[in-house]
Each structure stands twice: as structure tokens, then as C-alpha cells.
Write a protein that binds this ligand. Structure first.
Ligand SMILES: *Cc1c(COP(=O)(O)O)cnc(C)c1O
Ligand code: SF4
Length: 338
């Protein structure tokens, strides 16, 4: 059939949507009916960490609203270049945990693989915004080193595919990756850390679902959504599609001033996640990476917030408030202030 031969020679639709993302601050503001001269603070249209946001995510932003919580996550501000003591290039101590082949090994039994530096969206608060991807990611040419490391350490039961965003890689590469991992007998679980199902739900097409149906592994998918307004119907369908493959679905969020630092926003997020088959996992305190000080929420406020959630939600809908301390054997979970 004609349609079939055309579609088989074309790249998948998600790749063109990925390429069409907005990269120009003026264009983003025009799409949102915002006048740049009315900005609440100076913008930085030429940031070395440039604007990047898929059109579908822009469509979920409220027009004419500088305080839209989705917009705040992507809009480059001059404030990012201000120096703040304690805000550094590598706040979570990734450097000493680097292992050959683009691996990070911090915690017992699980290893994180930095597959790519690419993402569909550039989140201004990203804790890896200064990560040395070009020298430290698992480029295809370094995979053999990674397999050697994983094979030698039989305590490793879980590999976390991360980045950047691992789902920005093409399906063929993902397939090759899991084929190689499936030959290491002590690896039982694969975990995906990804924001793509939230920001570009078209990525979850039939080819991706078949990849996830690989039954050699137990899959855990940890998506990254910070606000209920991110989770529209298209995202809900993408997440349900992933969930139907049998994967355990979790969410991690970052607590961000001006985005989701109210009990109302957090409760709405937990309820919406549950509605679409995803359990809240971590609510991270901001990692103190250079350029992000304006997003920081005080720890006392964060603990009070978790207390409010605990008082209003069933226990399973309260995320763990977590902070990463370099050198510790696990992420630190902070108690709720009740
Ligand atoms: C966060 C992280 C993990 C995962 O930690 P969990 O508590 O199991 O979610 C694993 N490895 C590295 C390097 C990490 O930063
Ligand atoms: S999707 Fe994740 S890795 Fe990519 S910019 Fe956002 S926070 Fe950073």
C-alpha cells in the first residue's frame, strides 16, 4: 500500500516534532501574546543554555500570563548568570562517581547510564545543566567499556537509563542497548528517567511500546512532571500506553519557587498523576547548581508543605521530600513538619 511504503521510509513523527521545538525567546513570547518589554525581569535570549521547548508543551501554557508555571520552567532569565555562594557547577558530586563508559555509580545495586546530553526541553533549573556530557556520556563508542564494568560487578541489579533524556535516542539505538544489557545475567531491572512522555507525548508510539514489552527485564519508568497543568489528555494517553506494557510508573518532581511551591499545586499534581496511573515518588529539593538560585525553596517551607500534603492526602499520594548530599549512600528523605 502506498501509505505504508511512505511511512516506512520516513522518520517517525516524533522526530520532526522534536526538531520543530521553539528555540527563540521572541517566538515563544509572541505565541503566548506576551510583550517582551513587560517582562517581570530581564530576559536572556542568548543564554549558553539556550531555550528549547516543544510546541505541544507551549500549547499547554496560559496565554498572556508571565507567571504560568510551565513558562517559568523554560524562560531564560538574566538572573541565571548572577553568582550566589553555594551554587556550583557540580552540586551533587557526580564527578567522583563517574565510571568508564558514561556510567555514574553512587548507590548500592544500581548504576546510572548517561546516554545522551540531548533533551526535548531545556529546564532552567536542570541540575545537569553544566554536566560535561561530551566527555562523560555513554557515546556508542564507549558502550563496550560500560558492559565490561557492569559485567564485572555482580552487585548491580538495576541500570538506570538517563541523560539528558534517553528517549531522545532513536528506537534502533535503544533496541541495541537493551539487547546488549540482556546478556548480563545479574541485571534484573531497567529504569528509565525521562521527561519526554510529559513534554513530547508523541514519542510514546507503537515502536516504543514494543521496546518496553521486552520481558527479559522488570521495567520502572520514572517520569518528571512538576505541575498538573503539564498533564493534559495527550500526556495521559501516552502514560497509559507505557503503563499497559506492565512497567511500574513513578514520578519525580523538583520543588520550584514560583512554579509548584504551594500545597494546592502539589495536591493537584499528586491527584492528577494518580488519575493517569502514575505514583508520586520523589519531590526533590533543588540541587544547588549555578544559575538556579531564584528557584530555591527554603527547607522549612518544604517540610511544612509536605506536612500539609500528608494532612490532606492518602499516604501513597505524598511524595518523599528528598535532597541529594554528595557522598551519602542514598538520597536523603526529609521528614514532614506536621
Ligand atoms: C538518584 C540516583 C539514583 C537513584 O536513586 P533511587 O533512590 O534509587 O531513586 C541512582 N544513581 C544515581 C547516580 C543517582 O543520582
Ligand atoms: S529534561 Fe531533565 S535532564 Fe533535560 S533539561 Fe530538563 S531536567 Fe535537565
Amino acid at each position: 500500500m502506498i501509505t505504508r511504503s511512505i511511512s516506512s521510509t520516513q522518520p517517525p513523527r516524533w522526530q520532526s516534532l522534536l526538531a520543530q521545538g521553539v528555540r527563540d525567546v521572541g517566538e515563544l513570547l509572541a505565541r503566548l501574546d506576551l510583550d517582551p518589554t513587560q517582562a517581570p525581569g530581564p530576559l536572556d535570549p542568548n543564554s549558553p543554555f539556550p531555550l528549547r521547548v516543544p510546541l505541544g508543551f507551549v500549547a499547554r501554557m496560559r496565554r498572556g500570563d508571565w507567571n504560568d508555571p510551565l513558562l517559568r520552567q523554560v524562560l531564560p532569565l538574566n538572573a541565571e548568570s548572577a553568582h550566589h555562594p553555594g551554587f556550583v557547577l557540580d552540586p551533587v558530586g557526580d564527578a567522583p562517581s563517574r565510571r568508564p563508559g558514561g556510567l555514574l555509580h553512587k548507590y548500592h545495586g544500581r548504576v546510572l547510564m548517561i546516554l545522551t546530553g540531548a533533551c526535548a526541553i531545556h529546564c532552567r533549573y536542570c541540575f545537569r545543566r553544566h554536566f560535561p556530557y561530551s566527555e562523560a556520556h555513554a557515546a556508542r563508542s564507549r558502550w563496550q567499556e560500560a558492559w565490561d564494568y557492569l559485567r564485572d560487578d555482580t552487585s548491580i541489579e538495576e541500570v538506570i537509563l538517563s541523560g539528558g533524556d534517553p528517549l531522545s535516542l532513536p528506537d534502533e539505538k535503544l533496541g541495541e542497548l537493551t539487547d546488549a544489557l540482556s546478556e548480563i545475567p545479574h541485571i534484573k531491572r531497567l529504569r528509565l528517567h525521562t521527561r519526554l512522555p510529559i513534554v513530547l507525548p508523541e514519542r510514546i508510539d507503537d515502536a516504543l511500546s514494543s521496546w518496553l514489552e521486552n520481558r527479559r527485564f522488570q521495567w520502572v519508568i520514572v517520569v518528571h512532571s512538576n505541575h498538573a497543568l503539564e498533564l493534559d489528555q495527550t500526556v495521559a494517553e501516552a502514560l497509559r500506553k507505557m503503563s499497559r506494557t506492565g512497567a511500574v510508573m513513578l514520578n519525580q518532581a523538583v520543588l520550584l519557587k514560583g512554579v509548584n511551591d504551594t500545597a494546592h499545586a502539589q495536591i493537584a499534581l499528586s491527584k492528577r498523576l494518580f488519575e493517569i496511573g502514575v505514583m508520586p515518588y520523589y519531590l526533590h529539593l533543588l540541587d544547588r547548581v549555578a544559575g538556579t538560585a531564584h528557584f530555591e525553596v527554603e527547607q522549612t517551607h518544604a517540610r511544612a508543605l509536605i506536612g500539609q500534603l500528608a494532612a490532606q492526602l492518602p499516604g501513597y499520594l505524598v511524595p518523599r521530600l528528598a535532597r541529594e548530599e554528595p557522598g551519602e549512600p542514598a538520597k536523603q528523605v526529609l521528614a514532614a513538619d506536621l
